[in-house]
Design a protein around this ligand. Structure first.
Ligand code: AMP
Ligand code: MG
Length: 355
């Protein structure tokens, strides 16, 4: 087991104290090592995107299948064309509007990007994160950081450094602690290689926002969280069970009083058989499950950004409490509800009960 250094960034990224942390992180990356770092979406597990050995190490540390490609993170616009080919006007427009930000675009890759980073694909995913710590780290590391989320494969993505430490302590060189991720869901992924931009993974930047910017947008069927029935999702990551807590998660959907009734029956039945039950609820219905021991409030339905930000830490909290069966209400909120439910349905392994 290697020793994992945990360094906390305190205040302005440019202080002398913080500068030493970035210098150290840059050294680790240039030496082929791995550093977890904060972004506005979730924590990333970074390695040198141009070094095949570093990308291989990322797969090993996560226990991730190596056909599931990584995202290349850059810190300035002029680096986009060094890794991507055929960047068109539409992509530049999206970059201008949403970079730095929670949007990943797919392009044809240039040969400088090793196959290990792209999981053998001839395309590359690129993003510029909106977090000053992430940007400084990428710059200090030479400009191209390959990163997936910094969780063990299959577990909920980390939105705090402690989540990263739970999964990665002893498996990577360094963790940069930069507080909680403000968005809390992975980036929207848009494939820019076809005629019409295609959303492969929903996120904070919605399909509607992209359609407004470019006039049209398509969706990969995997986005809707349906079993794709043998159709291969275009983002390879979408085919794996993901984000899952250790307990069995069941989403209950429908008219509110029926949802509450169904979950209450479920709680009674599970407790009668000696199981620990938890319920993920919106603040509005927090008091509707009296007697249930583990009610976890994810936030108000009026504030979907808070629901998104809390989702993964709530799933981890269920693990911390050793919960066997987790019921969740449905959080199909207006704007980012599609992204929230895409993650929750995957975490539930598609167990959704309609009442
Ligand atoms: P993560 O953020 O941990 O889910 O990891 C990166 C995600 O980006 C995975 O879901 C990948 O499937 C997706 N991805 C990375 N590169 C590509 C690519 N070239 N084409 C399609 N999806 C990609
Ligand atoms: Mg991930």
């Amino acid at each position: 087991m290697m020793k994992t250094i945990i360094s906390v960034i305190d205040g302005d990224v440019n202080t002398n104290y913080n500068r030493e942390i970035f210098e150290k992180a840059g050294e680790v990356i240039r030496g082929g090592g791995l550093v977890a770092f904060p972004t506005e979406t979730v924590y990333g597990l970074g390695g040198d995107a141009l070094n095949p050995t570093a990308s291989q190490k990322i797969y090993t540390a996560k226990g991730r299948p190596c056909d599931n490609p990584l995202i290349v993170h850059i810190y300035r616009m002029e680096d986009l064309n060094r890794v991507a080919e055929g960047v068109g006007r539409e992509a530049l427009k999206l970059a201008e509007m949403y970079w730095p930000g929670p949007l990943t675009m797919i392009f044809k890759k240039r040969s400088i990007v090793p196959d290990e980073t792209t999981g053998g694909l001839d395309t590359v995913a690129v993003r510029m994160p909106d977090n000053p710590i992430a940007l400084r780290f990428i710059e200090a590391s030479g400009g191209f950081i390959a990163a997936p989320s910094a969780n063990l494969s299959g577990r909920p993505s980390p939105t705090k450094a402690v989540h990263v430490a739970e999964d990665m302590n002893g498996r990577i060189d360094m963790i940069i602690d930069g507080g909680s991720s403000v968005i809390g869901l992975e980036s929207t992924i848009v494939d820019m290689t076809g005629k019409t931009p295609m959303i492969l993974r929903p996120g904070y930047i919605s399909g509607e926002m992209i359609r407004e910017a470019l006039g049209s947008v398509d969706y990969d069927p995997a986005v809707f969280g349906e079993e794709t029935g043998g159709i291969r999702p275009k983002a390879p990551g979408m085919k794996y069970r993901h984000y899952a807590p250790k307990g069995e998660l069941i989403i209950v959907k429908g008219e509110q009083s029926r949802v509450i009734g169904h979950i209450r029956e479920g709680i009674a039945a599970a407790e009668a058989s000696g199981k620990r039950v938890g319920v993920i609820v919106a603040s509005e219905s927090e008091n509707c499950y009296d007697g249930a021991p583990h009610i976890i409030n994810i936030g108000s339905r009026e504030d979907e950004e808070t629901i998104a930000r809390h989702l993964y830490s709530v799933l981890r909290e269920c693990d911390d409490k050793d919960i066997d069966i987790i019921y969740s209400e449905d959080f199909s909120t207006p704007r980012i509800g599609q992204a929230i439910m895409n993650r929750l349905i995957k975490a539930a392994g598609h167990r959704v009960v309609e009442v």
